[in-house]
Design a binder for this molecule. Structure first.
Ligand code: BGC
Length: 925
């Protein structure tokens, strides 16, 4: 115990040390990760992948060798005794994806580890701070716990009403720990969502956990070290189970498609106490637990809200000595499936809080709270003088009507209402079994005058680090970025959702095709998306068909290329951005199965005939419409299907190469060549160098996916410029499919200034128009302020397309080389578009921090760069010639660790290693 505390102190000190190091980049090996997670508990993998980062002063620092020690205790590690693994000194510059190759790990193994590195500029090696991982329960036989629940409903429940109502289930068990405790771990899955308590204290700071999965195929458990929470003598453990996505939010005939229902909440819990004498006591979920549904959480439904009755609180219910004689015995219930796995991505938590911008009264006793930001989570309410039995009601919405009342039409049937029944006196409350997407809260029944000190917005999403920052001299772009940031964080709920507010909130694949890539600059979404790929595979049908929504809570199998294709584009993104190759290998077979299924069923003469959604949500001609009806704006389904199929073949060819499937590589490439011929034969009109009906989407996608013959590329991009400037008066004309390639393709073909115009427009349709109309997140529709509320969310991320990728890769110039993935080699090619005076961006890559900070001053391009240790960069400086450039005041030739390579158009191309640089390119235009 003391040893453990010491270890935790060391970790803390190391973290503080690390934080200090960030300010002054001293030499350090830090940010140690196991399976891309920091100090994870209960991983599911016996031979995990390890990674670390090096920060180092100076330039051109590379790792030449490393040594990893893994020990079974903190002491052993301290004494450099890697009893589990001593890798020895390995000559390598790898810092990512180094696989553990020590003594085979068992369930419950504790692994303390550190790494030392040798650098090219230093004789001595440098040790990292220590880190830790533990292994969970690897085998079904490790579980002696039983699935426990109560397969029935209670007096106040209405499980079969359209708006299902179920009270939360409280489970408890007393136990005593009679010897000196060495260690105690809990492995718990509470479905849909749970909260865990020991001796009256909540364990962990997670919310809405575990992650939602395809529950009939796979469920997750979470692991907690509870050594410090258990004391010698009497203890009690308790859980509260809510519905989450396990028990359906809608029953029978509702206005939306049926949502899968997996049954009443249930749990599997195993507490293992290891005593100093080596004996182990297990407290497991089974029918000896007591249960009640007569607690304070009267109802919980993610669409409709939570109802909480504080008068029904049960003080001490999770402490020993509580009188549970009126509680029932829990039942043994059926397992949801036979695959129980550790959750390998961060748990959802309260990540931020917001003070309201204003609170005002619109009628006696009816307040409107304006958070000033469309956010996702819930509100915490403080009450100074409550009256027992009275109810405070909070209703949530994204917008207000002109009369300042809530606008709820776009929430469709979601009630988004929390009800709190007060006890006497001073109290505070927030829900834990629902969430809302909102900017405004209507509060009624509040005792006294509600002020902004009494209510706070809690921002709830997956605990993913923010890795990017981005600002420019253009306020519209900055607001558009802000809106994207809030939309992305609001739509992570253990899966990427389409929206957080209405009766939907599903993991629609198409919305994230390239969006996930842009998001990966802002959030460390690596493990979340790896998890989602498994959801997608779990949703695949026997015949190979992939779903449009994963997990398949809505069963949508419409067979198209653009939505399921996200399966491949996300896998590609994980490799490109994070050098995480495992998902490609893991899902290769099912990707292939899907492509062959689509080919066999729908491909005719190289043309993919099947599509479902078209270029979803392109700007319609009439501001009231959701979808355009003008055929000149609509890109043909077979076109989208074929262009996307071709893109998938290109990806598969790359995947086969990366994973050593040489025969396949050739087969994919031959297949792609056939499709290319068929595609151009069918869709290219040689008379006028246009693709199909000449929409921007059609021409852009053909260019982006390398289908356009070289000789006419400039003509095809010319078509895009022409359509954009004439038919759309300098505005975007694509929906979510075209938008995925628009900004980068324009830029790659010499139209960066037009791309910038689209990004900074403030008239309809544009991202800036949304911002000008007051949006603080991105809308589902370009005309979100005027369209039919039937499908009109104020917080969707799909229309962002490749905008965020373009911000980072093209405006800031922070891009990973595709051959040296995960920013091992950085390609920096900032586009100094005419109307920007500066861009300041940073990205904490898997190799460390990258910075790009440029400004244009008196026609000079002034650029500060930071490249992390053990990475290199190829940088493109806008310049007339290399002679016009200085670094740190010196000519490039004389500057330290800077190598001029060549001129490339208006850029001088240089090679640099790690370190900080300051370039000035004189009179670059
Ligand atoms: C969702 C979208 C989704 C689309 C596809 C909508 O209801 O909100 O984001 O991609 O349906 O049909």
């Amino acid at each position: 115990m003391v040893k453990k505390m010491l270890f935790i102190c060391c970790l803390l000190l190391a973290t503080i040390f690390t934080a200090c190091v960030r300010k002054t980049p001293e030499l350090a090996v830090q940010n140690l990760r196991c399976e891309f997670l920091s100090n994870p508990q209960g991983i599911d993998i016996a031979a995990p992948r390890l990674s670390w980062e090096i920060t180092a002063p100076g330039r051109g620092v590379m790792q030449t060798a490393y040594e990893i020690l893994v020990a079974s205790s903190a002491e052993k590690l301290k004494n450099n005794d890697g009893d589990l693994w001593n890798s020895g000194k390995i000559s390598s510059d790898s810092t990512i994806d180094v696989q553990y190759r020590g003594t085979p790990l068992q369930s419950r193994s504790d692994c303390y580890w550190k790494v030392r590195v040798w650098l090219n500029n230093k004789k001595d090696s440098v040790w990292s701070e220590p880190a830790h991982w533990s292994v969970g329960l690897l085998h079904p036989a490790d579980w002696s716990a039983k699935w426990t629940g109560l397969d029935t409903f209670f007096v106040n429940d209405s499980p079969h009403a359209v708006h299902t109502r179920l009270s939360a289930r409280y489970f408890r068990k007393n136990f005593s720990a009679d010897k000196k405790i060495k260690k105690a771990m809990v492995y718990v899955s509470g479905l849909g969502i749970y909260q865990l308590y020991i001796d009256g204290k909540k364990i962990g700071d997670e919310e809405l956990s575990p992650d939602p999965t395809q529950y009939n195929k796979r469920v997750f458990y979470n692991t907690f070290d509870v050594t410090d929470q258990i004391s010698k003598g009497d203890n009690a453990i308790g859980t509260i189970l809510g519905n989450g996505r396990f028990f359906t939010m809608r029953w029978g005939r509702s206005n939306i498609p049926p949502i899968m229902n997996f049954g009443y909440p249930k749990m599997l819990l195993q507490l293992e106490i290891t005593y100093d004498d080596g004996t182990v006591q297990k407290i497991v979920s089974d029918s000896t637990w007591k249960v009640t549904a007569n607690g304070p959480v009267l109802a919980n439904n993610e669409y409709d809200g939570e109802q909480y009755d504080a008068t029904k609180e049960m003080p001490g219910w999770s402490k020993p000595g509580f009188d549970d004689s009126k509680w029932m015995s829990a039942q043994l219930v059926q397992a949801p499936c036979n695959k129980i796995e550790a959750q390998m991505d961060p748990l959802i938590t309260v990540m931020d809080s917001i003070k309201p911008k204003s609170v005002f009264q619109i009628a006696p006793g009816k307040y409107i709270v304006d958070m000033g930001q469309n956010m996702v989570g819930w509100a915490h309410l403080k009450i100074a003088d409550g009256k027992k039995g009275d109810t405070v009601t909070m209703r949530f919405a994204e917008r207000l009507k002109p009369d300042s009342t809530l606008y709820t039409a776009n929430l469709r049937s979601a009630e988004c209402t929390d009800r709190y029944i007060m006890k006497d006196g001073d109290q505070g409350w927030e829900p834990h079994f629902t969430y809302h997407g909102f900017r405004y809260v209507e509060v009624t029944g509040y005792p006294g005058k509600l002020t902004s000190d009494d209510i706070e917005g809690k921002v709830v999403y997956d605990n993913l680090k923010t890795t990017g920052s981005f600002t420019t001299s253009n306020d519209v772009i900055n607001q558009v970025y802000h809106n994207a940031y809030w939309g992305i964080r609001g739509n992570y709920r253990g899966m990427p959702t389409d929206c957080p507010q209405r009766d939907e909130r599903m993991g629609w694949l198409g919305d994230r095709a390239v969006g996930s890539f842009g998001e990966s600059f802002i959030f460390d979404n690596n493990t979340l998306y790896a998890k989602w790929l498994q959801d997608i595979e779990d949703g695949q049908l026997e015949d190979g068909s992939l779903p449009d929504v994963a997990p398949t809570y809505w069963k949508m199998y419409t067979d198209n290329m653009t939505w399921p294709g996200t399966y491949l584009t996300v896998a590609n993104m994980l490799y490109h951005q994070f050098a995480n190759i495992k998902p490609i290998d893991k899902h290769y077979a099912s990707m292939k199965k899907w492509l062959y299924y689509m080919r066999d069923k729908y491909m005719k003469d190289g043309i993919m005939t099947k599509d479902t959604y078209g270029d979803w949500c392109m700007p319609p001609e009439d501001p009231k419409l959701i979808h355009s009806q003008d055929t000149t704006r609509i890109t043909a389904g077979a076109y989208l299907g074929t262009v996307t199929y071709y893109r998938m073949l290109e990806l598969m060819e790359g995947f086969a190469r990366l994973t050593g499937r040489t025969d396949d590589e050739k087969a994919w490439s031959d297949f792609a060549a056939q499709v290319k011929v068929a595609f151009n034969k069918k869709f290219l009109n040689p008379a006028n160098d246009q693709y199909t009906n000449n929409t921007a989407t059609a021409n852009i996608l053909a260019l982006a996916y390398h289908l356009v013959p070289d000789s006419i590329q400039s003509k095809v991009i010319g078509q895009v410029v022409h359509t954009t400037m004439t038919s759309f008066h300098g505005h975007i004309s694509t929906g979510l499919v075209g938008a995925q390639q628009l900004m980068r393709t324009l830029t790659d073909h010499g139209q960066a200034n037009l791309a910038f115009k689209l990004a900074s427009n403030t008239t309809y349709p544009s991202w800036g128009y949304m911002a000008r109309e007051g949006a603080t997140t991105t809308w589902e529709l370009w005309n979100g302020n005027t369209a039919d509320p039937a499908m009109n969310s104020g917080n969707h991320v799909m229309l962002l397309g490749d905008l965020i990728v373009w911000f980072y890769e093209d405006l800031a110039g922070i891009k990973s080389d595709s051959a040296q993935a995960g920013f091992k080699k950085v390609i920096m090619k900032p586009r100094a578009v005419d109307s920007l005076q500066f861009v300041k961006a940073s990205y904490h890559s898997i190799h460390g921090m990258i910075k790009s900070d440029w400004k244009v001053k008196d026609n000079d391009f002034d650029w500060s760069i930071a490249i992390p240790a053990n990475a290199t960069a190829e940088i493109y400086i806008p310049a007339k010639s290399a002679g016009q450039i200085t670094e740190g005041g010196k000519k490039v030739d004389d500057a330290r660790a800077v190598k001029f390579i060549r001129m490339d158009g208006n850029y001088a191309v240089l090679e640099i290693g790690s370190g900080n640089y300051h370039f000035v390119s004189k009179e670059f235009k």
